[in-house]
Design a protein around this ligand. Structure first.
Ligand code: MSP
Length: 680
């Protein structure tokens, strides 16, 4: 039989900054899909990588004082960089492409030349608008209120000699592709593309730049570099071996089965990409799926917002599987979703700790307690169970009826669990991860209810009479856990493997085929108790910890040092001279009762009479550290009362802000200066 193949990609990421949880979302979804297809017996190619050229990277590298290559290397391969992140998140990509890889650069030059030779790329003058952060060209009519329609930022005028791709030539074919085939999903995105971009008239696309150098050079016209999106989109084919000898998988895997992409880059993937492939006479990918965004407080994610969006921190706090699970369980893949730490904790506690975790630990510990860890022979599925399971696994099965003599809850559980794989497959084939997981959790919920209905602890009171029934109940629970764990593997690979290990499922009982074969576990299966898979998270404690981390991040983003600007308004000299600044020696210093701000100073001001000054500096100084010091005070201010005590002047200090925190330093003078010395 011919091996079934599946080629899936994520967008290749810009290494202009560290990745956040929104970026992780798409890669985790792609990973779940790739693992699902492998489980179902496909030979899978899962590609991800980094998109390393462009003006934004060149500018950022300059600001950081390093070369563009050093800059991207640090974010891609450096500590806690992109490669480390995918390793941590247990991403099973088969290949990783960097657009700065030599083989890719050389292939892009050949591709550009081929479209040029064909007459689809020609030289002209570019006049228009350019959004630097998005690396996107826009025509006047595409701007939104004069700003970039993607990010809302200012655009710049741009005019230079440039090469153009004849996008307009392919408008009709692309429109047909979008409207009359299932090329782009979800369907709502088709209308957006056709109405906003194709119907107003597709203009030719500027595909080279001369104003910066960090890109793939156009080898037949020095000074031009290839537009970063042309360079980036073809990664999906160069990584298979198109126009290079590094890989030999082009014929095997192209066209791609699906490109997963975020909604803002659907335009590039559903209009520009197919048009360029048409120009190259190459087959088109079978599908582009534009997923939604994870939003934070209703808007885009950014580090400056309060919530912690660093996937490293979240994975380390809650576990990699909990994070992977949350992303795909909570948000419908095609729509936007609101990310919050509260929801992450809630989902982990409810689904993983309570429902799945408890089902596993209760089942395994009861098999241990009542049967010494090994079920007795004869507890497996009855003829009726097997018949029922077979019926349930058939997609045309229309409901199960309970025959007299059947145990109703057995019938329900077996029917639900045995038919799960088909229902799950149906959802996975449509990239409906949330629904696929919902199907699994319906079965897990039913199994938890099944425990309560059967009350094994009551059956166990009379083992002699009830042992066969109790063993059968346990067997059904283990089988249910087995089916669920197999189907959870793409989402929570490590934890699902641990479930299978604890219930004693061997390799044969962990396959895709066996997920639809009720009764695969041997009757005398031996369970292995293990650690609690998903310990409950203390929400208050975790949220407090995250808030502290977020605060520290906000502080770190603040300027190191802030000093108040100097006053514009002038003071005349005579007025200034009226202020009497004197050296004062601290004879005593005490905290003021009921005030966490004030310190009370007894000072020698050289007059022979003690002077009392109250100063709000308790946050920065311990009273005992100041005794004996020589300070500066202004002594001719009118006395005023603070916390019921008189203050006869003011101590002089320097203030500034450091990382958002107010800092204060008293002016401490040389001890040689006598008390009362006038400052001028
Ligand atoms: N380099 C381009 C892709 C080129 S593909 C030939 C790019 N890179 S990116 O790093 O800016 O974004 C990568 C992906 O992350 C995009 O699909 C984008 O939609 C996705 N996300 C970025 N922020 C996101 C969220 N907050 N939520 C979900 N996905 C998000 O675009």
């Amino acid at each position: 039989m011919e091996q079934r193949r599946f080629y899936i990609t994520t967008p290749i990421y810009y290494p202009s900054d560290k990745l956040h949880i929104g970026h992780t979302y798409c890669t985790v979804a792609t990973d779940a899909m790739a693992r699902y297809k492998r489980l179902a017996g496909y030979e899978v190619m899962f590609l991800t990588g980094t998109d390393e050229h462009g003006q934004k990277i060149e500018d950022k590298a300059r600001d950081a004082g390093v070369s563009p290559k050093q800059f991207v290397d640090n974010i891609v391969t450096g500590e806690r960089g992109i490669l480390d992140l995918w390793k941590l998140m247990n991403i099973s990509n088969d290949r990783f492409i960097r657009t700065t890889d030599d083989y890719h650069v050389a292939a892009i030059q050949k591709i550009f030349k081929k479209m040029y030779d064909k007459g689809d790329i020609y030289k002209g003058t570019y006049k228009g608008k350019y959004c630097k952060p998005c690396e996107s060209f826009w025509t006047e009519s595409q701007l939104a209120d004069g700003k970039c329609p993607d990010c809302g930022r200012e655009v710049q005028d741009a005019e230079e000699e440039a090469y153009f791709f004849k996008l307009s030539k392919y408008a009709d074919r692309v429109q047909h592709l979008l409207e009359d085939t299932d090329f782009l999903e979800p369907r709502s995105r088709v209308n957006e593309m056709v109405n906003n971009f194709i119907k107003p008239g597709l203009e030719d696309l500027c595909v080279s730049r001369t104003s910066f150098t960090w890109g793939v050079p156009v080898d037949f016209d020095p000074g031009h570099v290839v537009y970063v999106w042309v360079d980036a989109l073809f990664n999906y084919t160069t990584a298979l071996g198109l126009y290079n000898d590094k890989y030999q998988d082009y014929d095997k895997f192209w066209p791609a089965d699906v490109h997963f992409v975020g909604k803002e880059i659907v335009r590039f993937h559903s209009i520009i990409w197919p048009a360029m492939l048409m120009s190259m006479d190459m087959p088109l990918p079978r599908k582009v799926f534009g997923h939604g965004w994870l939003l934070l407080d209703g808007g885009k994610m950014s580090k400056s917002k309060g919530n912690v969006v660093d996937p490293y921190i979240l994975a380390e706090m809650f576990g990699v599987d909990a994070l992977r699970f949350f992303l795909l369980r909570t948000f419908p893949f095609g729509s936007d979703g609101s990310f919050s730490n509260e929801a992450l904790i809630q989902t982990t506690n409810v689904d993983l700790a309570n429902d799945l975790g408890n089902l596993l630990s209760r089942t395994v510990s009861m098999v241990g307690k009542y049967f010494g860890g090994t079920l007795p022979a004869g507890c497996g599925p009855s003829e009726e169970d097997l018949h029922l399971a077979e019926l349930s696994a058939r997609p045309d099965c229309i409901g199960i009826t309970v025959e007299p003599g059947d145990v109703a809850c057995d019938v329900e559980l077996v029917a639900l669990a045995a038919g799960l794989r088909d229902r799950y497959e149906e959802q996975m084939e449509h990239f409906a991860f949330q629904n696929a997981l919902a199907e699994i959790f319906k079965v897990i919920d039913r199994a938890n209810k099944y425990i309560d209905e059967n009350a094994p602890w009551v059956l166990a009171k009379d083992m002699e009479a009830n042992s066969p029934r109790l063993a059968h109940v346990m067997y059904n629970l283990l089988e249910t856990l087995r089916v669920c764990a197999i189907l959870l593997t793409p989402f929570i690979p490590q934890s699902a493997a641990e479930v299978l290990r604890q219930i004693g499922a061997c390799e044969r009982g962990s396959t895709w085929e066996s997920a639809a074969a009720w009764g695969t576990l041997p009757e005398t299966v031996a369970v292995q108790r293990g650690e609690n898979l998903f310990p409950r998270i203390d929400a208050d404690k975790a949220l407090k910890e995250l808030e502290e981390i977020a605060q520290a991040a906000r502080r770190a983003a603040l300027p190191d040092l802030e000093i108040e600007p100097q006053l514009e308004e002038k003071v005349d000299f005579d007025t200034f001279c009226k202020s009497d600044f004197r050296a004062v020696k601290v004879k005593d210093c005490q905290p003021v009762k009921k005030s966490d701000k004030l310190l009370k100073f007894t000072l020698d001001d050289g007059t022979g009479v003690d002077r009392q000054i109250l100063s709000g500096i308790a946050r920065w100084y311990k009273p005992e550290d100041l005794i004996g010091k020589t300070l500066m005070a202004i002594v001719n201010l009118p006395p005023r009362k603070m916390m019921g005590q008189e203050s006869q002047g003011m101590l002089i200090s320097a203030v500034h802000t450091e990382k958002g925190e107010e800092a204060l330093n008293l002016l401490i003078l040389d001890d040689k200066i006598p008390a009362g010395a006038k400052m001028c």
